[in-house]
Design a protein around this ligand. Structure first.
Ligand code: ADP
Ligand code: ASP
Ligand code: MG
Length: 432
């Protein structure tokens, strides 16, 4: 590879309407002398809308599925109408992409939910990437559109596919530098990939950040920049808290901890590939591109971080106890962990007592229900719903009183500089 490659990622909010697409083109204009790989997500909330189509199809409400599809198509057409003239080739191109969904909906349900989900939901990124690439070319920024399904190879775990790194790296190195020879930018989709049989897979919700890290790793990029609607990484989610401040520097370690605990600003899988190749990550604002943002790298000289608050909503507590008053022994725990793993439920916090074991997990109704059904064969299970899990890294004692004022703390744990609290969620509760 001859020229240093940088990777940029633009999320759904950055391309949510025509003005936003123009703004992205404006940012990219400043990098036209660089070799850039640009990863883009579906426009705005398209993925949520496509998920509803999948649900309607499986409820056998085809009329509803088709009308939801029509709404999504119209939203894209409105954006295109504000970016291109009416005879532009983008219109039939995007139409062909949406037709794929119609074909799925025409048939009776034959395949599994997760497989169909990936075939339908992936259309969001295919459409947005076509629109952005055509717009950049229109503006004189020569951009090659790349189908990321020809690059990122995964296994068959639809909706949460695992990457085959070796093959992906080979394919990325073969295709991307060649495209960059004749174009300023290579533009491709986040979130989606394909398996050995050329079926579309996805990497898990919010997975576009991870896609950007995959390309950065495979191409030995000099940096990854993720463009967000916030000035960078803040001390808490500004949607939930006032008085948040920007953190200019973070180590990979601090960033991976934050995202592990549920900070919604970057997908948790993003950090590892970057850390493994020592590639710096910049989180920058697409609203204020000149702003300093946050730089994440291996820096170990950062002496003190401010307290960082992470709120995971939609939690539940499962209290699992033995039926015969026997102690919860290690072999029970080993069996319980096996069950959690099999049901793909991540334990966010746990505590064991004499005859019971309590865990805080994200409330994913179908998975939790089948887990409880299995558990109840051997244990008594009590479930508490409507909880929030608050994690504060680098907490200071004096801030905890304010944070928990008027709230019921059910469960608390402190380890070194981190405190976690499970809090009863009153419907009207705001953290602000
Ligand atoms: P994208 O469009 O790239 O998918 P996301 O919506 O996934 O962007 O991520 C950006 C959002 O993350 C912000 O709008 C903000 O509300 C939220 N967020 C949560 N925690 C933080 C944090 N600590 N710092 C900044 N943003 C945060
Ligand atoms: N469009 C996908 C989602 O909304 C992937 C992403 O935006 O990161 O989950
Ligand atoms: Mg996101």
């Amino acid at each position: 590879m001859d020229k240093a490659i940088q990777v940029f990622k633009f999320g759904g909010a950055s391309v949510k309407d025509a003005e936003a697409v123009k703004n992205v083109a404006g940012i990219l204009e400043n990098y036209k002398d660089k070799s850039l790989v640009v990863i883009v997500s579906a426009m705005g909330k398209t993925t949520n809308a496509l998920e509803k189509i999948v649900a309607a199809y499986f409820e056998k409400d085809i009329e509803k599925a088709l009308s939801l599809l029509e709404e999504t198509k119209i939203a894209h057409y409105q954006i295109m109408a504000n970016l291109f003239d009416q005879n532009h080739e983008i219109f039939p191109m995007v139409n062909d992409i949406f037709v794929e969904i119609e074909w799925v909906l025409e048939d009776d349900v034959q395949d599994g939910y997760d497989y169909i989900y990936d075939q339908i939901v992936s259309v969001g990124e295919l459409a947005s990437s076509r629109i952005l690439a055509s717009y950049l070319n229109e503006k004189g920024l020569s951009t090659a559109w790349l189908d990321t399904r020809d690059v990122i190879l995964t296994d068959d775990s639809f909706r949460e596919a695992r990457v085959n790194w070796e093959q992906t790296q080979n394919r990325a190195q073969k295709q991307v530098p060649a495209l960059l020879k004749n174009n300023q930018f290579v533009l491709t989709q986040g979130f989606i990939a394909s398996n050995n049989e050329n079926q579309t897979t996805t990497l898990g919700r919010e997975g576009s950040d991870f896609t950007a890290a995959i390309y950065s790793f495979c191409l030995d990029a000099t940096s990854l920049s993720i463009w967000k609607d916030v000035p960078g990484i803040l001390t808490a989610d500004p949607r939930l808290f006032d008085n948040v401040t920007l953190i200019n520097r973070l180590s990979y370690k601090e960033a991976i901890e934050m995202t592990y605990y549920g900070a919604k600003v970057i997908h948790p899988k993003t950090i590892k590939p970057l850390q493994n190749k020592n590639i710096p990550l910049f989180v920058k604002s697409f609203i204020d591109p000149e702003g300093e943002g946050t730089m994440i790298d291996a820096d170990t000289n950062i002496i003190e971080y401010p307290p960082v608050i992470v709120v995971e909503r939609n939690q539940c507590l499962l209290h699992i106890s033995t039926k015969d008053f026997s102690f919860v022994a290690e072999w029970h725990l080993s069996y319980l962990f096996k069950l959690f793993n099999e049901h793909r439920i991540k334990i966010n916090m746990m505590q064991n007592m004499a005859i019971s074991f309590s865990v805080c997990v994200t409330n994913i109704p179908d998975r939790i229900k089948t887990l409880i059904d299995t558990l109840e064969k051997d244990f008594k299970v009590v479930k508490d719903d409507n909880l929030d899990l608050i994690t504060v890294r680098n907490y200071r004692e004096e801030m905890l009183k304010d944070l928990t004022q008027g709230k019921i703390v059910l469960f608390e744990e402190r380890i070194r500089k981190t405190i976690q609290m499970v809090i009863k969620n009153v419907p009207s509760m705001k953290w602000k």
